[in-house]
Design a protein around this ligand. Structure first.
Ligand code: UDP
Ligand code: MG
Length: 330
């Protein structure tokens, strides 16, 4: 079975049309399927419409959240509810076009564990966002400590193993496109043209977008924490150059000026060094708190004759997460 997870917040204008499009795309896939709609505390009639759909179509699963938790919160709930051997994530406003679904499924059937839909082009009626998205991806590409496909949002298919690994991670400020790549299973990229939303306005506030961008950078890059080291190196070079100017200066007033400036840079540099050291500790504390596993086992291949029952325990003690398939194999 394949699950499609769709977060829904005040999408009453689109739900019926969207479900029709998803159902016809999934019917071509020749597989069992379900659509998990996560109602993220909608204040319009979205929930009633979803419940109505459920009466008409048994493929529909409705998850009702207690309040509005935001895009990532809704997606996390959907990932935990979906039962499929593969799970597709997509938005419910036609920006992720349902007619791309068969292509995602075919790539998975060809052996990819994660199929990422990358935006070849983007239509965005909000001009500021049209400018900010490319800027964000450029910054992310430069800063990220781990290669993450750029120009990709949540629209993707993930195998059961990948979903299980992501569900195990309890970190709160999630950047799913990063985690999906970080898990590490075989990725395939397909390209699509991202349309503008079919009706209504975007539901994510500017502040929540900024927070999401900060989550993305801070959870996949140490570089901002290490900025102090670069600044320390700069301040030390400046202090050395100014001290040299002071020694070479023939004019005593000038020498005093150079001396003061050199001292300021030297002391500033020492403070930056201390900040950099603190940053390194903070980064490690952050790693521990997020408690991402140290490694993820894809499959354990072992001959039938070998039986090592303690393996799971040893792996767990070493902070290693095994996928369900690995556990079964063990
Ligand atoms: N959404 C949600 N909770 C929210 C905001 C949005 O579940 O608090 C849903 C929304 O219904 C849509 C998807 O998340 O299906 C993407 O939202 P939106 O289109 O507003 O984001 P954008 O495409 O503008 O980034
Ligand atoms: Mg949208």
């Amino acid at each position: 079975m394949i699950s499609v997870v769709v977060p829904i917040y005040n999408e009453e204008e689109l739900i019926a049309r969207f479900h029709e499009a998803v159902a016809s795309a999934m019917d071509t896939a020749r597989t069992q399927w379900e659509v998990v709609y996560v109602n993220d505390g909608s204040t319009d009639s979205s929930l009633e419409l979803l419940r109505g759909l459920q009466h008409l179509d048994p493929h529909v699963v409705v998850v009702e959240l207690s309040r509005n938790w935001g895009h990532m919160g809704a997606i996390s709930a959907g990932l935990k509810t979906a039962h499929g051997a593969a799970v597709i994530l997509m938005d419910g406003d036609f920006q992720d076009p349902p007619d791309v679904l068969p292509e995602l499924i075919n790539a998975w059937r060809d052996g990819a564990e994660v199929v990422v839909a990358v935006r070849r082009s983007r239509q965005e009626r909000r001009k500021i966002l049209a400018k900010l998205f490319p800027l964000f991806y450029r910054v992310m590409g430069t800063l990220s400590d781990y290669p993450i496909p750029l120009n990709a949002g949540i629209f993707s298919l993930m195998s059961r193993k990948t979903v299980d690994s992501i569900n195990e991670m309890e970190e709160k400020n999630r950047y799913l496109p990063g985690l999906r790549a970080w898990v590490g299973y075989r990725n395939k990229v397909i390209f699509y043209d991202r349309q503008d939303r079919l009706a209504g306005d975007g539901k994510l506030s500017f502040v929540s977008r900024i927070k999401y961008a900060m989550d993305a950078i801070t959870s996949f890059s140490y570089k901002p924490l290490r900025l102090s080291f670069a600044l320390f190196a700069f301040a030390t070079c400046m202090a050395a150059a100014l001290a040299l100017c002071m020694l070479l200066s023939k004019n005593s007033v000038g020498a005093a000026g150079f001396g003061v400036a050199a001292t300021v840079f030297f002391v500033g540099g020492l403070l930056l060094l201390c900040l950099g050291v603190l940053g390194e500790y903070l980064g490690r504390v952050y790693d521990e708190v997020r408690s991402r596993p140290l490694s993820i086992i894809s499959t354990v291949h072992r001959s039938q004759a070998m039986n090592v029952p303690q393996f799971g325990m040893i792996a767990a003690q070493a902070g290693t997460h095994q996928s369900q398939e690995a556990t079964d194999a063990a």
